[in-house]
Design a binder for this molecule. Structure first.
Ligand SMILES: [Zn+2]
Length: 241
């Protein structure tokens, strides 16, 4: 294939634009915010799972606590009733003795129930503390997610702007080059990591960075400038400086 040295140089310019597009797209896919947001999502999910468990636990303990409070109230009611009866002065000596004995037993029972209630209350407060902690974590994580999303959108907008500029530059440049050369270049790019044309720097291909053997270099030197040459190693279009 033949193409003017001007066209071949323009092709290198086109390659520079296309390489920049590749770089910018790689940057877009690897924005650190994407990974950070994914990590936040994972943490939010874990928090939600734990919160669900702990809230269920809290609801159960709240029922235990209420039941325990009712038990204490019930015993307390009976003590008060007995004491009222005792202070009425209307009891027989036998009933008096029975009532006094019952009050002692009930007071002891009340103290035990109150100990149990306190234990449940401590447990309840501990779980409630964990629920509050998780709710706080959730608020903090959602705030962080919001901030990261803003940063991600800004970074994306910046990249989109650069891509639009590069697309514009490419659209202006490509029609200036021989279509057959551009077609060959595009075809090579598909199987050469996006690099279809490279400069011949000294005896090295700037595409694959391999040295070209002396015989081939001699052959290239003998070719007219219009001759389109290809790297023997990577098959990319080689443009002589
Ligand atoms: Zn090469």
């Amino acid at each position: 294939m033949k193409a003017t040295p001007e066209d071949q140089n323009l092709l290198i310019e086109l390659q520079l634009i296309d390489s920049q597009v590749t770089q910018v797209k790689t940057k877009l896919a690897g924005l650190p915010e994407l990974e950070q947001i994914a990590a936040i999502h994972a943490r939010l999910e874990n928090t939600a799972v734990e919160l669900n468990v702990v809230e269920t636990e809290l609801a159960d303990v709240a029922i235990d606590l209420r039941r325990s409070e009712l038990d204490v109230e019930q015993v307390d009611d009976r003590i008060q009733k007995d004491e009222k009866r005792l202070s009425s002065g209307l009891t027989t000596p036998k009933e008096l003795e029975q009532l006094q004995h019952e009050v002692v037993t009930l007071t002891k029972r009340k103290a035990e129930l109150e100990d149990g209630e306190l234990e449940i209350l401590i447990k309840h407060d501990g779980i409630k503390g964990r629920v509050d902690e998780l709710l706080n974590d959730q608020i903090g994580l959602k705030q962080l997610e919001l901030e990261l999303n803003v940063r991600l959108e800004n970074a994306r907008a910046e990249i989109d702007k650069t891509l639009a500029e590069l697309a514009q530059a490419r659209a202006a440049l490509a029609p200036k080059i021989d279509p057959a050369l551009v077609e060959l270049y595009n075809k090579i790019r598909l199987s050469a990591h996006g690099v279809g044309a490279a400069l011949l720097v000294g005896n090295k291909c700037d595409g694959c960075h391999l040295a070209i053997n002396a015989t081939e270099i001699d052959r290239i030197k003998g070719l007219v400038p219009d001759e389109v040459i290809r790297c023997e190693e990577c098959r990319r279009i080689l443009v002589r400086i």
